[in-house]
Design a protein around this ligand. Structure first.
Ligand SMILES: [Zn+2]
Length: 80
């Protein structure tokens, strides 16, 4: 194992072939973070597109929408 700097936060950590520290990789695995990141680059993407691109289930995405966490979405998409 080697000590390297996390590519995201710059923190020094013991790496096992990963470039992000534990905290950042956990954050990256977080479905909400994934969706937010996707929407950042794909503004106005619909539910299907998000689900396909992120591999996150549509029901979970819908749940985030209903909680008002994904405000860049079209309101119409949450109606079905
Ligand atoms: Zn980090």
């Amino acid at each position: 194992m080697a000590l390297i700097n996390c590519k995201k936060c710059g923190k020094l950590f013991e790496s096992e072939n990963n470039i992000l520290c534990k905290r950042c990789s956990e954050e990256l695995d977080n479905p909400y973070t994934k969706i937010k990141n996707y929407l950042y680059y794909h503004r106005g993407a619909n539910l299907m597109q998000i689900a396909e691109a992120t591999g996150i289930s549509r029901s979970l995405i819908l749940k985030f929408m209903r909680e008002g966490k994904l405000e860049t979405m079209n309101k119409k998409e949450t109606d079905f």
